[in-house]
Design a protein around this ligand. Structure first.
Ligand code: NDP
Length: 335
């Protein structure tokens, strides 16, 4: 089946119509569409329009509040909390971003704890603007149980992504953003949809045997990246976004979720650091560039995020390409 080619503007208009028709108010629709379209613009299909049926499922089931009005409050000298009002993550994160940047500049470091939200997106969208404002930023969130801890055979951790962004001298950023599962869930779902095999080490079947069949992995468990090392990082993320901020661990989110196909309930932690307030206010930016230059002196190497940034230059003129079946599904959600 051929792909459908859409301009970014037409794709954005389609996403906005679908979100509004299904119960989002303007602010929530705009924030979700901005997040979805950032993924499409950078050609990160697993967190772009592919997610729209899931967003709509949760609006229709009533699990997610499409008219959420997130509120921000300061809970400690260096900590902000956003009550996301049971909404999708993007508006809550947007409302918390500038207060976080301001507090980090004031104090050197600040944290933003977002609670009672539903996250269905990529994290780089959230840390890049903070780095473009001149700060280093970390983000973590959990999910539902999909990943067996190292040594175990049953799903317990989420695919628990983490992202980090660092300011560049040209005003852009270096951002990496990775699931702590060996392979992101969305990628496994796309492999299952397209009849492709998953890479070795991606997961185990329901009996705990290693497999590359994406459907068997979806019925069994994914595995953490890097064995016990990735498992420890995933455990840390559970603690940060569950126990620390007072929201759900992945297995608690799994118990609470009504499994309508949309994002589970949960929280997120973002930490922003102002390098100007640490040891080398005049030199840190050039010092970071020195590292990137030394890395890039090795032939064939690219920095994390460069693939996206190159795609970002192409899609405004070339548009995006959606599988026809996905396009038809999303158009069908307008009614
Ligand atoms: P990838 O493994 O594709 O990429 C991870 C990171 O490594 C990216 O920053 C990527 O940069 C970088 N990278 C990839 N290849 C190279 C290379 N050859 N050299 C240098 N850097 C490289 O991502 P994942 O599959 O782990 O995760 C995909 C997305 O899924 C993430 O955006 C994550 O936030 C999201 N996710 C969301 C969840 C949620 O609950 N909301 C749960 C789990 C994951 P680049 O982008 O430039 O390729």
């Amino acid at each position: 089946m051929t792909d459908v080619n859409l301009t970014l503007e037409d794709a954005d208009a389609l996403v906005m119509r679908v979100l509004r028709t299904n119960g989002c108010d303007e602010a929530n629709a705009r924030a979700v569409a901005d997040t979805v379209m950032a993924a499409e613009r950078d050609i990160c299909h697993s967190h772009g329009i592919f997610r729209i049926p899931g967003y709509v499922a949760s609006l229709r089931s009533g699990k997610v509040n499409g008219k959420a009005a997130p509120t921000v409050k300061q809970i400690a000298p260096g900590a902000l909390q956003v009550d996301a009002d049971r909404g999708f993550a993007p508006l809550a994160l947007e409302r918390g971003r500038q207060p976080l940047i301001d507090l980090a500049r004031e104090q050197g470091i600040a944290a933003l704890a977002v609670r009672d939200m539903h996250h269905f997106a990529a994290l780089w969208v959230e840390v890049e603007p903070i780095a473009e404002a001149g700060l280093a930023a970390f983000a973590w969130t959990a999910a539902t149980p999909m990943v067996a801890p190292a040594g175990g055979t049953k799903p317990l951790f989420g695919t628990n992504p983490m992202a980090f962004a660092w300011p560049r001298k040209d005003g852009s950023s270096m951002a990496f953003d990775m699931a702590t599962a060996a392979t992101a869930r969305g990628e496994i779902m796309i492999m299952a949809r397209d009849g492709k095999q998953a890479p070795p080490g991606a997961g185990i079947d329901a009996e705990g045997n290693p497999t590359t069949d994406p459907n068997a992995i979806l019925a069994g468990a994914q595995l953490p990246f890097g064995g016990y090392k990735g498992s420890a990082i995933s455990m840390m993320i559970e603690l940060l976004v569950g126990a620390l901020i007072g929201d759900k661990l992945s297995f608690e989110a799994g118990e609470a979720d009504i499994k309508d196909g949309g994002p589970p309930p949960g929280g997120e932690l973002i930490i922003a650091i102002d390098p100007n307030r640490f040891g080398d206010p005049d030199g840190w930016l050039a010092h970071g560039e020195k590292l990137f230059d030394a890395m890039k002196a090795q032939e064939g190497l690219r920095l994390p995020g460069e693939r996206r940034h190159q795609n970002r230059l192409k899609t405004p003129s070339e548009g995006i390409f959606l599988p026809k079946s996905l396009y038809d599904t999303v158009c069908g959600l307008e009614a």
